[in-house]
Ligand binder design. Structure first.
Ligand SMILES: *Cc1c(COP(=O)(O)O)cnc(C)c1O
Length: 419
């Protein structure tokens, strides 16, 4: 609302401009090309990722964060190969969640030592490929550790492994909780000392590296993230006291969020960075030799992506105006609120060629699937739009295309481009 009062333009457009998107002459432009030109050349629906915004985000983060912090990219946020290539350049490491991601990343990363594989239920093929690639395994259970040991022994090599810990605390205030209770991610903090005690004897082919502690996702509260960092270092120090070898690696997770909805405020990253610097400075002696890494997906690439869809129909039903577009939940499940949202709220949306215009009407923007769930923006205030106009859905750079049920209704896949 504040946006609208200040600028007179609809909030979705205002939010996008605030985040660094440009609109020369009132038309959204990415990488020097207008949305209309991109749509014309590539077809729609189209995901456009701004390389410049990603670079700027990473540069700002590197400037603020402690110098000895390693910033990793969580590939599952967006595995589009050209974007991944850029992230392999910019990030200090790539965190993988599957053998498929390993196949994508392996050819890109200059240093295979900077790859790590996390995720419950690793398959034998993934373990074999991971050992061959020389990556670091974040083991999710002792059973899994034993399987990695078995494969390394058979291959006659050593593998690097860390323990993924299900923390005994959780990330408070909003976001997605991933710790503090029963979980199928990682092993309970209480179980780790026993595993480490057995390490030397039972896992001679595994080099103990340290810990991976991931406590949550999509958090916008700097205070909660500071508390999480402090609790993470505290837990890691307690575990390090029982470790079979010096801790060389500590992955403190991430969880930094981006604002999706109108009332959400962006994360105070300066405050997060200064509290993290402090936590790193005062960390226990038994963590002093550890490479500290955060793994971020959404925060690095989420704001850089736009989903462009064309209006195919405009209709009024019982007094309500609908814009029917060529996109939908099969391409952008998250924007329709069906990827774990409890209360459906709108992502920032705008009419791409009317970025500077005030809102003129209340409309509902839909996709074209045969389900009432296929709503991209409900009762949103936009400048007038009709057939052929382009609607831009912002905050679409992470967990968008690759996290959507693309097989549903067998429409063609959305295009993607790094601009
Ligand atoms: C998904 C995931 C991430 C990335 O989370 P974001 O919210 O995108 O930053 C990091 N670590 C692990 C273990 C994950 O599963």
């Amino acid at each position: 609302m504040a946006d609208k009062a200040e600028t007179g333009i609809a909030w979705g457009a205002a939010r996008a401009l605030e985040q660094g998107f440009e609109s020369p002459g009132g038309t959204l432009a990415i990488g020097g090309k207008t949305a209309s030109a991109l749509a014309e050349a590539q077809g729609t629906p189209l995901f456009v990722y701004s390389g410049n915004l990603i670079k700027a985000r990473m540069a700002a983060l590197k400037r603020l964060m402690p110098e000895d912090l390693h910033i990793h990219y969580a590939v599952k946020a967006n595995p589009f190969p050209p974007l991944l290539e850029l992230m392999a350049e910019l990030a200090d490491g790539l965190d993988l969640a599957s053998g498929g991601e390993l196949a994508l990343a392996e050819t890109l990363s200059k240093n295979p030592g900077h790859l790590s594989l996390t995720g419950p239920g690793k398959g034998s093929t993934e373990i074999l490929a991971g050992i061959a690639a020389g990556l670091l395994f974040n083991a999710e259970s002792e059973t899994e550790l034993a399987r990695i040991e078995e494969h390394a022994r058979t291959m006659g090599v050593r593998a690097r492994a860390a323990l993924r810990i299900n923390p005994d605390f959780d990330l408070r205030a909003g976001g997605m909780r991933m710790g503090g209770g029963a979980s199928f991610f990682g092993m309970d903090a209480e179980a780790a000392p026993g595993v480490m005690q057995r390490w030397t004897k039972k896992y001679p082919h595994l080099d103990f590296q340290g810990f991976h502690i991931f406590a949550g996702s999509q958090n916008l509260d700097a205070g909660a993230l500071s508390d999480m960092h402090a609790a993470t270092f505290d837990l890691a120090a307690r575990l390090a006291a029982r470790a079979p070898a010096p801790v060389r690696y500590l992955n403190i997770g991430g969880g930094y969020g981006i604002p999706y909805f109108e009332k959400e405020q962006k994360l105070d990253i300066e405050s997060v960075a200064s509290s993290l610097s402090r936590a790193m400075e005062v960390r226990a002696d038994n963590l002093s030799g550890a490479r500290i890494a955060i793994e971020l997906g959404r925060y690095l690439v989420g704001e850089a992506g736009v989903y462009l869809v064309r209006v195919l129909d405009r209709k009024v039903s019982h007094g309500k105006t609908f814009l029917i577009t060529g996109g939908g939940m099969h391409q952008h499940l998250a924007a329709t609120g069906n990827l774990g949202q409890v209360v459906r709220r709108n992502f920032p949306v705008a009419v791409a060629n009317k970025m500077d215009a005030p809102a003129e009407e209340t409309v509902t923007v839909t996709g074209r699937l045969c389900t009432p769930l296929d709503v991209l923006a409900r009762d949103v205030q936009l400048p007038w739009a009709g057939l052929g106009d382009l609607i831009a859905v912002f905050q679409s750079g992470a967990y968008a295309k690759s996290a959507s049920p693309s097989g549903f209704l067998s429409h063609a896949e959305a295009g993607e481009i790094l601009a």
